[in-house]
Design a protein around this ligand. Structure first.
Ligand SMILES: Cc1cc2nc3c(=O)[nH]c(=O)nc-3n(C[C@H](O)[C@H](O)[C@H](O)COP(=O)(O)OP(=O)(O)OC[C@H]3O[C@@H](n4cnc5c(N)ncnc54)[C@H](O)[C@@H]3O)c2cc1C
Ligand SMILES: NC(=O)c1ccc[n+]([C@@H]2O[C@H](COP(=O)([O-])OP(=O)(O)OC[C@H]3O[C@@H](n4cnc5c(N)ncnc54)[C@H](OP(=O)(O)O)[C@@H]3O)[C@@H](O)[C@H]2O)c1
Length: 370
């Protein structure tokens, strides 16, 4: 967007030197907003959003005794006419500009993950849970232009600055050693993580309907993320807890399980903890830190290991028709989660694969793993 892109590049949110190594994107964004909009507006947006109390109708301590809630009208995400798809295609991508790019994991984390904000001038209207494509510059080994890579949008529809003119991503830098022992850098993720404020990025989309969030404000939304799979859920949670909408006031239960390798790679931790502090009745937050935590049996703490601690509660929630599960991240997590569900379903005489089919049909089981 013209006015932001024209703003001095010194607005890039490099962490102040006196900050701890783990640096959250929210702090970066707040610094950016203060510089761009001025202290009053930036703080008022954050404080207003964060301090707004919402009416509580669901207890955070999940009660398995509660009667099933009254039926709520469901609007199928597939029939949601307001959702835009493929406004920009690979042959005619949108050229956005990087406004902010900041590393959001500690230096000791395995791998680098960056949070970045691009200008869109409002030309890529998206919903929480959609993705965009990025076409990296240059050509591949065959001399052909690089193909687009998909990235889940990590912001809510209004964007990190609340003006509907930006889109944010959460990107892990891909670096691996090939069979010959050489270091290989992923083309697009390295392009993105190296982007400096002011530089251009070719964007396609938006795409995807699988991860659109339910419209009903009293839903129970269980979000299961590994690593950068957190991206769509940051959008969900900003809509639920940081924003004010005339047509949506969340008063259900949001439960986030996030699996990461180390505590220094707990993405957006400060934001989520702030939400839990402000809305303890409506937001449950559980981390699985695989390389630092173990369960009672001494097993590695994966997301499904953490979920198993709440198996009964989760199963009871799954029996309610306003509970929606969303899974995003590593492909491997899907099997792990299916395994715990299989044993729970069996205890009640159900076959999990059949049960899941029904949940999927009702758009209550939504998966995007890669
Ligand atoms: C719907 C969707 C949403 C996504 N959202 C996100 C997101 O929000 N954030 C994010 O960071 N990523 C996301 N991804 C992944 C993203 O699209 C890219 O695949 C990723 O960034 C790597 O692209 P690259 O261009 O850097 O790597 P490339 O240059 O394309 O290299 C990738 C290739 O390298 C090879 N490779 C990778 N790892 C290894 C290894 N360990 N050993 C040997 N070979 C290997 C494989 O052949 C792989 O296909 C998403 C993918 C999908 C499909
Ligand atoms: N919409 C989408 O489809 C979408 C969106 C965003 C990201 N993604 C994909 O999600 C992946 C995220 O990777 P990342 O590098 O960001 O993550 P990461 O930082 O490496 O974190 C992944 C976490 O999951 C753990 N894990 C490994 N195998 C697992 C399994 N079988 N079950 C459960 N947990 C497991 C890892 O543990 P250990 O490493 O300790 O084993 C680690 O704690 C990428 O492949 C990305 O392409 C997909």
């Amino acid at each position: 967007m013209a006015s932001m892109a024209a703003h001095p590049i010194s607005l890039s949110a490099a962490p102040p030197v006196d900050r701890p190594q783990f640096f959250s994107a929210s702090s970066a964004l707040l610094n950016f907003q203060k510089a761009f909009y001025g202290e009053r507006i930036a703080c008022s947006r954050f404080e207003k959003l964060a301090s707004r109390r919402i009416h509580l109708s669901v207890r955070a301590t999940v009660s398995t005794e509660e009667a099933a809630p009254a039926k709520v009208e469901k609007i199928s995400k597939k029939n949601d006419e307001g959702v835009q798809l493929n406004i920009f295609k690979p042959k005619n991508p949108y050229t956005g500009r990087c406004l902010l790019n900041t590393k959001i994991v500690g230096d000791d984390a395995p791998g680098e993950t960056w949070h970045m904000v691009f200008s869109t001038e409002g030309k890529i209207p998206y919903r929480e849970g959609q993705s965009i494509g990025v076409i990296p510059p240059g050509t591949d080994a065959n001399g052909k232009p690089h193909k687009l890579r998909l990235y889940s949008i990590a912001s809510s529809a209004p964007g990190d600055f609340g003006d509907y003119k930006t889109v944010s991503l959460c990107v892990k830098r891909l670096v691996y050693i090939n069979d010959k022992g050489e270091e290989v850098k992923g083309v697009c993720s390295n392009f993105l993580c190296d982007l400096k404020p002011g530089e251009e990025v070719s964007i396609t989309g938006p795409v995807g309907k699988e991860m659109l969030m339910p419209k009903v404000p009293n839903a129970t939304i269980i979000m299961l993320a590994t690593g950068t799979g957190i991206a769509p859920f940051r959008g969900f949670l900003w809509r639920m807890f940081f924003e004010k909408h005339d047509d949506y006031k969340f008063n259900g239960l949001a439960w986030l399980f996030l699996g990461v390798p180390t505590s220094s790679s707990l993405l957006y931790r400060e934001e989520f903890e702030k939400m839990r502090e402000k809305y303890p009745e409506n937001f449950k937050l559980d981390f699985a830190v695989s390389r630092e935590q173990k369960n009672a049996k001494g097993e590695k703490m994966y997301i499904q290991t953490r979920m198993a601690e709440y198996a009964e509660q989760l199963w009871e929630l799954l029996k309610k028709d306003n509970t929606y599960v969303y899974m995003c991240g590593l492909k491997g997590m899907e099997k792990g989660i299916d395994d715990i569900m299989t044993s729970l379903a069996e205890r009640d005489g159900y076959t999990w694969s059949e049960y899941k089919k029904q949940l999927k049909k009702g758009e209550q089981w939504n998966v995007e793993v890669y």
